[in-house]
Design a binder for this molecule. Structure first.
Ligand code: SF4
Ligand code: MG
Length: 348
């Protein structure tokens, strides 16, 4: 184990019109050096909020963030804004879901990416970026060359034209490629990718994912990837965290998730991947993700779980570990075992 990112007991809540929303809680997760780790869950399960909290991108308030986030031994949450800006875009690369809102419409792709190449995440022109600029041997031209090179690497069509275009002149897929290039420019130690390409149509999405897969294979980079698609996670990850209702409900190395899923939600996700369950009539999981202002009592999955009983509606289940990398949060696996029911072996 060589953790590059180490998150302990992260929680995020928001003050809203309907009262306090406990959106993410008890999140422990780790990305080792050179490891590809994925967080999988449905839309609305708290994945994006988790990654935003990790990278310090949530405004507090209205968000309330608690817990510890260590990046290479540094406490990210204790950094000043300038220090964090310097880290984001330099040692930490980020790719977000919506390529339109992540690029500034006013500047050309080249201007934005060249800034990143020169100043990392710190584009405010403060003393720090001035300092960096002076000590960066690459002048603006050199940085522009690096941008062109990176645009080629992400298979951008016609990079020489794209570099002088505004984001509005590019297709969604091209914008997503520009953002991937931007995230990789400074060879980050950790790349955080939140559903890259998912806002695009299926074919483009697939191409973006295969591009990312190639990039992952070629580089010795740690990745934290967010996806709603367990099939995608299977292709790229060393380890998987399954998230439901703002909680990590299961964690395990990828093969273990597919061979021995322990949590009923994980089992449901696997059953709804058609090519794995061998049927187009995949069972899926009925119901929808919980409301955070009024979450279900006890296990947040209980309204949708085929095994739910009174134990599950009581307290939130505790975590049961299976070796150092695997755990599940479900009474069916709790150390005390399930409370015997009249049927006796109902649970196992
Ligand atoms: Fe299902 Fe109960 Fe386990 Fe929750 S704790 S996943 S409701 S069996
Ligand atoms: Mg999301």
């Amino acid at each position: 184990r060589d953790p590059l990112l180490d998150v302990t007991d992260l929680s995020v809540g928001f003050d809203g019109f309907d009262g306090y929303a406990d959106v993410v809680g008890n999140v422990d997760l780790r990305v080792d050096r050179g490891e590809v780790v994925t967080i999988v869950g449905e839309t609305g399960c708290g994945k994006s909020v988790t990654t935003k909290a990790i990278t310090g991108l949530l405004d507090e308030p209205p968000a309330h963030v608690d817990g510890s986030v260590e990046f290479d031994g540094m406490d990210i949450r204790a950094l000043s804004d300038a220090e964090r800006n310097d880290l984001n875009g330099d040692r930490l690369g980020m790719i977000f879901q919506n390529p339109l809102s992540s690029l500034n419409p006013v500047f050309t792709v080249g201007e934005q990416l060249t800034d990143t190449a020169q100043f990392g995440g710190n584009k405010d022109g403060g003393i720090l970026s001035y300092f960096r600029q002076r000590h960066n041997k690459a002048d603006r031209e050199g940085a522009r060359e690096r941008v062109l090179e990176m645009l080629r690497e992400v298979q951008m069509p016609d990079p020489e034209a794209v570099i002088d275009s505004h984001p509005s002149e590019l297709s969604g897929g091209m914008r997503q490629r520009a953002l991937i290039a931007q995230a990789l420019l400074n060879e980050p130690d950790l790349l955080i990718a939140d559903e890259p390409g998912s806002a695009l149509d299926v074919t483009v999405h697939d191409r973006i994912l295969s591009l990312l897969t190639d990039i992952i294979e070629e580089r010795d980079m740690s990745i934290l990837m967010i996806t709603h698609d367990l099939g995608v996670a299977r292709e790229i990850s060393d380890r998987i965290y399954i998230m439901y209702g703002g909680r990590i409900v299961e964690a395990a190395p990828t093969e273990e998730i597919f061979e021995d899923a322990r949590h009923p939600y994980t089992q449901g996700l696997i059953a709804s991947i058609p090519r794995l369950s061998g049927t187009q009539m995949a069972s899926g999981i009925d119901g929808s993700v919980p409301e955070y202002t009024d979450p279900p009592s006890g296990c947040r999955f209980h309204p949708r779980c085929p095994y739910a009983d009174d134990d599950c509606r009581g307290a939130e289940p505790s975590r049961t570990s299976f070796g150092s990398d695997s755990h599940a949060v479900c009474v069916r696996h709790s150390d005390d075992g399930p409370t015997p029911t009249i049927e006796g072996t109902k649970h196992r």
